[in-house]
Design a protein around this ligand. Structure first.
Ligand code: BGC
Ligand code: ZN
Length: 358
């Protein structure tokens, strides 16, 4: 079968013939319907980094999937043919956290991530997986479940902010999401569902995006002509919670001084490279200490974040008609994956339609 892969030989993706996977007794075989692509995929396709699964010299990419169970092994009990499922991304290594099912909090770094690091992903007609790593979706969510993986990242970020403040009274009013990509928009929607006032910054947002921002009731700022430090002043109140998803390490560092008293800044951008930034260390430290600020780095998600993400996506779908499907501004097939990656920035969400959903 054909799969989108990366390897050391080629700069760019390769549509390659790969061996179909064998479905073990404790696995389900899943027919892939759609795969969302994001900055991580572009980084994999054009960056230097690659970690191939043992025994292979290529990696099948794609980590934001939705598919239908096609067959189940004899010992699978929770899934049946026809179930709509999303596969989680990270697989445990050997540390205590991984062994306890918290591989998103891995201590040793020996985890794998399907489609990203050391394990094949989902950009192919079908894959096999253990039932523990498959999230069964209600029919009411349908193909909007393709947003579940990025939603799980947002869920973990918000959960960790509230957990960090659970030892005292914390009633955040104003949130700020930096970066209006799919992750930023989903995060903003979840925060609106929690009743917060939410602002979002984005660099020269398209009209389509502005429309989405407005429909979600967000106050938006064009990062091209608004300094991050001016945002609280523009809003007329301090920012209690920042979720950073721009992909810029500079923005990430500045959120630490923009967030207000008792505020939390959750950093989500994976920023390879060696960008440097000049900061007033004394000012930054003074603010963090005297205002009890909390800075949290967050990656991946716990299986529970996928489960609670399902309910939130359903609630969002009900509250804002057409959401989140209206975030998909571009759909490609497997053969045109390269074009899909190259036009990522022109779109809100790009998905690869791997097969029809019947
Ligand atoms: C994925 C996460 C993953 C992270 C780091 C993100 O794009 O959504 O699941 O943990 O990249 O590899
Ligand atoms: Zn681990």
């Amino acid at each position: 079968m054909k799969a989108i892969t990366i390897d050391d030989e080629n700069d760019g993706p390769v549509l390659r013939d790969v061996q179909p996977p064998v479905c073990d007794a404790d696995e389900a075989r899943v027919h892939v319907v759609r795969v969302g692509i994001d900055g991580t995929d572009r980084e994999l396709v054009y960056g230097d980094y690659s970690d191939y699964p043992e025994g292979d010299d290529y990696l099948i990419t794609g980590h934001e999937s939705i598919g239908v169970v096609e067959a189940t092994g004899d010992s699978v009990t929770s899934l049946e043919k026809g179930d709509l499922v999303v596969a989680t991304v990270r697989r445990p290594g050997h540390c205590v956290n991984c062994q306890a099912g918290q591989q998103d909090m891995c201590l040793e770094g020996d985890y794998t991530e399907r489609g990203i690091q050391g394990a094949h992903g989902y950009l192919r007609p079908y894959y096999t997986e253990k039932e523990d790593f498959l999230v069964k979706l209600p029919d009411t969510l349908g193909l909007d479940g393709v947003f579940l993986e990025p939603t799980s990242i947002a869920k973990k970020a918000i959960r960790r902010a509230y957990e960090a403040r659970s030892h005292h009274r914390w009633e955040p009013r104003q949130a700020l999401v930096t970066g209006g990509g799919t992750l930023g928009i989903l995060t903003a929607a979840l925060l609106r569902l929690r009743g917060l006032d939410v602002a979002i910054t984005d660099l020269e947002p398209s009209e389509k995006k502005q429309d989405v921002f407005e429909r979600l009731g967000l106050t938006w700022f064009d990062a091209a002509n608004t300094e991050l430090h001016d945002v609280p002043g523009e809003l007329g109140q301090q920012v209690d919670l920042i979720i950073e998803s721009t992909g810029s390490s500079t923005v990430a560092m500045h959120t630490m001084s923009v967030v207000g008293t008792n505020g939390v800044s959750v950093l989500l951008s994976v920023t390879p490279g060696d960008d440097e930034v000049e900061l007033c260390a004394a000012c930054l430290n003074q603010g963090l200490v005297l205002e009890n600020k909390e800075i949290i780095g967050s990656v991946n998600a716990h299986p529970d974040d996928f489960q609670t993400g399902v309910s939130d996506l359903l609630a969002a779908k009900q509250r804002w008609q057409g959401f989140p499907n209206n975030l998909i501004t571009s759909t490609y097939d497997l053969d045109s994956f390269e074009e899909a990656v190259d036009t990522l920035d022109d779109n809100i969400k790009t998905v690869i339609q791997v097969s029809d959903y019947i």
